[in-house]
Design a binder for this molecule. Structure first.
Ligand SMILES: [Zn+2]
Length: 315
């Protein structure tokens, strides 16, 4: 199918051709007086068509900033794109491998500038090795709390073997994602081995005046640490990736009061064994008048920002 720009170009070309054919015909007949008239008309039409073409091309431009929460079942994988820079936050579970590959293929992505792993659990790092081996990864951003789990160890070994730049996240670090900024708010170094969720990297992305917040699988313990160590003005956001897949142990009333998100994106599997998102958590979202979308019901969720407001884009 042809674009509006192409239709306009064809239309412009046909019009100009007709005008000049008429001009030549009149010229042959010796009616030179019409010469200036035709030239003016042709110039005017050309300019008009150029303007229309410009408008059509501008309106066809993709949004310069988007956040997509991929449909990866009961796991997590978010794709952030700004200008030509790609940031992936978590990689989804291994069983969602083809979903991640297809998503990248459809978007013609063969380089991931930043790959951020919020914490070492399989539902977040399950495809990290595959991504490191199959795609060009610019930098791997890792949580300060590690794990000796076999899968995670293999991820670190793969990154080392491929000489991928590895950075251990620390609060205050920033990374340029095109015109957007990724800022690490918290990356606890001493999270309890029994609950790696509370070692999740908590970060925010700033694009213009809009703010996107990511808390990984942080539960109330880490949320309290966030509230007590990060200035309140850094927590206020427009969009929130639901903590811990919509568990009731995350997104406490205190955190929601501090962050006041208008939109919440929930990544969870259809009919998952955990009952995510929990009804009590959804009630807390209602209480702060947040709207939400769910991957289990709506598939991949896509949001765009123009730097002033955030919008959910339905297919
Ligand atoms: Zn998880």
């Amino acid at each position: 199918m042809q674009s509006w720009g192409e239709y306009i170009s064809i239309f412009a070309f046909s019009l100009c051709k007709s005008v000049f054919l008429c001009y030549n015909k009149e010229k042959r007949k010796g009616v030179i007086g019409l010469r200036h008239y035709y030239i003016r008309v042709a110039t005017f039409l050309l300019l008009l068509c150029c303007c229309l073409q410009l408008i059509a091309c501008t309106s066809a431009q993709p949004a310069p900033f988007s956040v997509e929460v991929l449909d990866v079942g009961q796991s997590d994988c978010t794709l952030v794109r700004c200008d030509d820079t790609v940031l992936m936050i978590d990689t989804g579970t291994a069983t969602a491998r083809s979903a991640v590959q297809v998503a990248l293929q459809e978007r013609k992505i063969d380089r991931i500038d930043y790959l951020l792993l919020t914490h070492p659990h399989e539902d977040h790092v399950g495809n990290a090795r595959m991504l490191l081996e199959s795609y060009e990864v610019g930098e791997l951003i890792l949580p300060a709390t590690g794990s000796e789990d076999f899968l995670y160890t293999v991820v670190l070994e793969t990154a080392a073997a491929l000489e991928v730049l590895c950075t251990t996240a620390q609060g205050g670090m920033t990374f340029s994602v095109g015109a957007a900024i990724l800022e690490i708010l918290l990356s606890p170094a001493d999270a309890n081995d029994e609950n790696l969720n509370n070692g999740s990297i908590i970060s925010r992305i700033l694009y213009g005046n809009t703010v996107f917040l990511f808390t990984g699988d942080a539960e109330s313990e880490e949320e309290l640490l966030l509230l007590s160590t990060v200035p309140a003005e850094k927590l206020d956001c427009h969009w929130f990736k639901a903590g811990h897949h919509g568990s009731d142990t995350a997104m406490s009333a205190e955190l929601l009061a501090a962050t006041t998100p208008a939109i919440v994106a929930i990544s969870c599997g259809k009919d998952n064994d955990y009952g995510f998102p929990r009804e009590t958590m959804l009630k807390r979202l209602e209480a702060v008048s947040a709207t939400w979308q769910r991957t289990d019901l709506q598939g991949t969720l896509r949001y765009i920002s123009d730097g002033e407001s955030v919008a959910f884009q339905e297919d």
